[in-house]
Design a protein around this ligand. Structure first.
Ligand code: MSP
Length: 672
């Protein structure tokens, strides 16, 4: 029978748009899922959004929206982000999905029928941020350790899950399966918690206080506690109890979470499963936190890192590589753009990029891309082959034990070896003196690069597939498995090996400077907007914070009604802007960016303008169109292309539209 693999991310709260932390967990899940595909396994990868509870209602109110409208909107932001990060999830679940709600009710009934749910009066300290009751000893200086607020004393009648009944079983289970919760530090943390008596879990909220939730099947006056509801997503997505997916994938379930939600996953969830008569999951994999400037990311500190901002500047695979290479799974890591740039320059542009481009260029130049069958190999070649085969084994063990950063380090050690092999064997000398030896050397290089391309595919799918294409291989990505590269020389090229372009650009001082400037500008705009908002009454949409406006640097939306009339400018100030009518002559995608288009705009002279319009407008929609261009904006370089000007555009909930004149106007005409 084919081996299977089921991996889940947490379902993310829809009270704010996605940030670096959400992107990290989801990328790790994607990497693991792709690794298991490489092993030839049947995989299922689940992510989604958690949409009930107090904090969602509060966020919707703050945004001035109906709860339903608000959750749809933020859930869409998550769903839309994942393809942009090349996330290959099999399903996206929402806790507002009807089939999920049905499963929650089924499980509640089962647990109730078993006698594990009872009704009782309860008085306790409640943190609205965490949506749970706290015991005195859990508080730090009388405050919730997460939200630093004093909890509210609440007295009410509620339904309780008899979690205490499962404490001994859970301790036994964790002891019997040492890798049930991993890495070990988190297993120890859960065991330490279980040394104290476990309290029963309050699993309802009276509708008088909160109506946005799943109604209890046995009492219309209550909704289900958001964690009892949310955790069930992992089985409802598989259509528990009768769905074929459930039968196939639940026995191999692995959850991936950060340390912040260890307790619900390490304690509540296994007890809930036990009470419902469902087998426990196989593994709970717990990672650490990304910090920024030594602290938590937070909106108030203005240090929330938005994934797409980084992808736009540095490219998707560089971003994915950095996250996986930089964080030791289980430990916290510090995020910094300096570290990201250092990795791109050293590991990607220098080590991998140079290896591929010089090797493939030599095969192209010396053999017109068609390598002859190699003849006798020498010790140095055999060592390389052994190194490649050994690498596959070691890489596999690291990936299986979640040492993802170690797996990458091993690949890069091998890349170092390959670069040294080139220096030692000097193919450029062999090209003049010994072509049959040259063929052997180039064959070993090409085979090794093929192995590297397969091993990096989980982390850098685009780059891996690009290399596989250049190598002229018949398949790419998931067509090439670990088994294929274990057989040295098995996958033969079907096309000549192509001359390789540079896979990664070095990030020089200029680019870093552009980036710093952009970040600073954005911060300023955000600060201004916050200031305006403080005096404003109108609702503020979340979408705007994560959205992209088309102008090269215009990452913020145009001002909304609440800002109008404030910060007035004089006519003279307005006249300082050189706005011109232009005609788009040509448009093309900017290499390495999913968002940017390079436009050639005629404003009496030809201007190159980089605009964030890909995915919003097709190239063919733009060519021939007249636009309004801010012509005296300082130039900026984006993804290696210098942009000289910015298109004007407007944005609302439905998306971005560029401004066009109402009729044909001579290019270069001034806009007044
Ligand atoms: N809705 C719950 C989860 C329910 S699962 C049944 C929730 N949502 S959340 O939006 O707050 O997401 C928390 C998760 O986001 C973390 O466990 C982690 O996966 C990810 N991260 C959020 N911030 C993070 C960092 N700063 N660093 C790393 N991961 C982080 O909790």
């Amino acid at each position: 029978m084919k081996a299977r693999y089921y991996v889940t991310t947490p379902i993310y709260y829809v009270n704010a748009p996605p940030h670096l932390g959400h992107a990290y967990t989801t990328i790790v899940a994607d990497v693991l899922s792709r690794f298991h595909i490489l092993k030839g396994e049947e995989t299922f990868f689940l992510t989604g959004t958690d949409e009930h509870g107090d904090k969602i209602v509060a966020a919707a109110e703050k945004a001035g929206k109906q709860t339903r409208e608000y959750v749809d909107h933020v859930s869409r932001l998550f769903r839309a982000l994942w393809p942009k990060l090349n996330i290959g999830n099999s399903d996206f679940i929402r806790t507002t999905d009807p089939h999920h709600q049905e499963t929650v009710k089924t499980i509640l009934n089962t647990v109730k029928d078993k006698g594990d749910i009872y009704f009782s009066e309860y008085s306790g300290l409640y943190c609205f941020g965490c949506e749970r009751f706290y015991t005195e000893r859990e508080l730090v200086d009388g405050k919730c350790p997460d939200h630093q607020v004093e909890p509210t004393l609440i007295s009410e009648s509620n339904y309780f899950f008899r979690m205490s009944k499962y404490q001994d079983w859970l301790i036994e289970h964790i002891r019997a399966y040492p890798d049930f919760i991993r890495p070990e530090r988190y297993r120890n943390e859960v065991l330490a918690f279980l040394r104290e008596p476990l309290e029963d879990l309050c699993i309802s909220r009276p509708k008088s206080r909160l109506s946005w939730g799943i109604t209890l099947p046995f009492d219309d006056n209550y909704v289900t506690y958001v964690w009892f509801d949310a955790l069930i997503n992992y089985v409802s997505a598989l259509r528990y109890p009768d769905g074929p997916l459930f039968r196939r994938f639940w026995p191999v379930a692995q959850h991936l979470v950060a340390k912040d939600i260890l307790k619900p996953h390490g304690i509540y969830w296994p007890c809930m499963l036990r009470a419902a008569g469902i087998e426990p999951y196989r593994h709970l994999n717990v990672h650490g936190y990304w910090n920024v400037n030594q602290g938590k990311m937070s909106k108030s500190l203005g240090n929330v890192v938005k994934p797409l901002d980084l992808v736009d500047i540095y490219g998707l695979d560089a971003f994915r590589y950095f996250l996986i290479r930089e964080m030791a799974f289980g430990l916290d890591s510090e995020f910094s753009e300096e570290a990201l740039v250092a990795r791109i320059n050293a590991d990607l542009a220098n080590d991998l990029g140079n290896l591929v481009s010089r090797s493939l260029t030599m095969v192209h130049n010396y053999f017109e891309g068609k390598l002859p069958e190699p003849v006798v190999s020498e010790a140095i070649d055999d060592e390389l082959r052994e190194g490649a085969l050994g690498l596959i084994e070691n890489y596999t063990s690291c990936m299986e034990e979640l040492g993802l950063h170690k797996a990458l380090a091993l690949i890069w050690e091998f890349i170092g070896k390959l670069n040294r092999y080139i220096v030692t064997t000097e193919p450029w000398v062999l090209a003049k003196s010994d072509r049959s030896r040259l063929a052997v050397v180039m064959f070993h290089l090409v085979e090794s690069i093929k192995t590297v391309s397969v091993l990096i595919w989980p982390v850098m799918p685009e780059t891996a597939e690009k290399i596989q294409n250049l190598l002229g291989l018949p398949g790419k990505g998931s067509d090439l498995r670990l088994e294929d590269v274990k057989q040295w020389g098995k996958e033969k090229p079907v096309r000549p090996v192509a001359k390789a372009p540079h896979l990664f650009q070095r990030i020089g001082e200029q680019k870093k400077e552009d980036r710093r400037q952009e970040t600073e500008d954005r911060r300023k705009r955000e600060e201004d907007r916050e200031k305006r908002k403080a005096g404003a009454t109108g609702p503020q949409s979340h979408e705007h914070r994560e959205s992209q406006s088309p102008g090269a640097r215009g990452k913020e939306p145009q001002e909304r009604a609440e800002g109008m009339g404030k910060g007035k400018v004089s006519l003279k100030e307005f006249q300082a802007l050189d706005l011109r009518i232009g005609t788009v002559k040509a448009a093309e995608a900017v290499a390495g960016s999913k968002k940017l288009l390079k436009l050639t705009v005629d404003i009496g002279e030809e201007r190159t303008v980089v605009a964030g319009l890909a995915g919003i407008y097709g190239v063919e929609d733009l060519v021939g169109k007249q636009v309004v261009l801010l012509a005296n904006l300082q130039p900026a370089t984006l993804m290696g292309v210098e942009s000289n000007g910015m298109l004007l555009a407007a944005e609302d909930e439905s998306g971005v539209r560029i401004l066009v004149p109402d009729g044909q106007i001579t290019p270069g005409s001034k806009v007044r």
